[in-house]
Write a protein that binds this ligand. Structure first.
Ligand code: GLY
Length: 252
């Protein structure tokens, strides 16, 4: 049974970091309800849920994915690229040390988990405003004994690599080719996001089911037409905070 690590929404979520988005009002009560529905979806799809402690003074702390990269062999505790988020990692390490040996990214490396896309033994890392080549080098060193290849990837126009591309089945990726080069993933079938929905590439694959925001209906239709089994969630408040469905959990 997979485990999903989640953290409650901060009451200060409206003060979140924004990089490519204009600030919009965030309804924290609605965000809490949507987060509960997301947790219920993960449980329904077979996950055991564990919680990291709430961090009410960290507006982005619900985006727990950015704090860790969990593989079968090891968990990498990141060093988030935004200074406001560096205090989120220790409480995640305290939970994950019960499950995996830990390795920490050290400065001058910076890494957000949202930049890390694992496809089998290949790990793609977005060279974004949050993650750098030094973190890629550290990951290469620590993961080489486990036969992972770690590859830095250039991005344009989005926050994280997983804003631009995620896996939606064993052989298929959902991708916005304005933001990342689809040729990097030539071993995979590609479903493009709808041109009216550039932010729609972030989906969370659990088993054979894709958790996907109902906020992007035209891209959802493309997934359905490709035969995907999708579980729709209302993700409006997380999207305003420049987050996505992968950001709100670490599944391992
Ligand atoms: N608001 C999401 C992030 O910037 O980390």
């Amino acid at each position: 049974m997979p485990t999903a690590l989640l953290r409650p929404v901060s009451p200060r979520m409206a003060e979140c970091e924004l990089t490519h988005f204009e600030r919009q009002p965030i309804d924290v009560a609605l965000a809490e309800k949507q987060h509960q529905d997301y947790e219920d979806a993960l449980r329904y799809l077979g996950c055991e849920i564990v919680h990291a402690p709430a961090l009410p003074d960290f507006p982005d702390s619900v985006f727990v994915e950015d704090c860790a990269v969990v593989l079968d062999e090891i968990a990498i505790i990141t060093l988030p690229g935004a200074d406001s988020r560096k205090g989120e990692i220790d409480s995640v390490a305290t939970v994950l040390e019960k499950y995996r040996p830990l390795h920490r990214i050290e400065a001058p490396g910076v890494l957000d988990g949202g930049d890390v896309l694992r496809l089998g033994k290949k790990i793609f890392v977005g060279l974004s405003s949050r993650s750098n080549a030094e973190a890629v080098r550290q990951m290469q060193n620590v993961l080489k004994p486990f036969d992972y290849e770690v590859i830095g990837v250039h991005l344009t126009g989005c926050l994280h690599l997983k804003s631009a591309v995620t896996q939606v089945s064993i052989d298929t990726l959902l991708l916005n080719s304005e933001w990342v080069d689809a040729n990097l993933f030539s071993n995979y079938k590609i479903i493009e996001t709808h041109s009216d929905e550039p932010g729609a590439a972030n989906a969370l694959l659990l088993g054979d089911t894709v958790i996907f925001p109902l906020d992007f209906p035209q891209t959802a239709l493309r997934l359905l037409e490709a035969g995907m089994d999708i579980y729709l969630v209302d993700n409006s408040e997380v999207i305003k905070a420049e987050g996505g469905v992968t950001c709100c959990s670490v599944v391992f």
